[in-house]
Design a binder for this molecule. Sequence first.
Ligand code: HEC
Length: 144
Amino acid sequence: MKKLFYLVTILSATGFFLSSFRSVNASAYEEKNSYQDPKNGKIQYERHCMMCHKENGEGVAKSFPPLAKSDFLNADSDRAIRIVIHGLYEPIVVNGKKYENFMVPHKDMSDKDIADVLTYVYDSWGNNKTKITPEMVKKQRVKK
Ligand code: HEC
C-alpha cells in the first residue's frame, strides 16, 4: 500500500512538472508571435518594400531613399509607421541627401504585418533595433 502511495506521488509530481514546462513554452511562443516575427517581417519586406528600397535597404540614388542606416528612420518611429500607412508626399532629407519623390500608402497591410516589417527594417542594416508592436501601428492609423 505504501509503495502505491509513493508511485502516485511521483507520477503526479512528474505530471505537474511537465505541464508547467509546457505552459512556459506556450507563453514564450505567443509572445514571439504577437510581434517581432522576423520571418514574416522579411517576407513582407520582399513583397511590399524591396522593389523600391532594394534588397539591403540601400535605396536608389535620387529616387528612393535608403532604409539602411537612415538617420530619418531612426529619428522617429511613429513617423516611420505613418509613412508606411499613409504614404509620403513631401520632400525629405535622408543622410544629407534630398528626395523629392512620393511613396505609395500601404493601408491594406495589417497592423501585424506593418509592425513585423518595420521591426525587421529597424533590426537590419545598422538601424537602431526599435521594436514596433501592432498597437503602435494601430495608433497611427487615425493620424495623418
Ligand atoms: C513604389 C516605391 C516604394 C515602395 C513600394 C515603398 N517605398 Fe518607402 N519610400 C519611397 C520613396 C520615394 C520615399 C521618399 C518619398 C519622398 O521623397 O517624399 C520613401 C520613404 C520611406 C521612408 C522614410 C525615409 C527613409 O528612408 O527613412 C521609410 C521609413 C519608408 N519609405 C519605408 C518603407 C517601407 C517599410 C515600405 C514597405 C512596406 C516602403 N517604404 C515601400 C518609395 C517606396
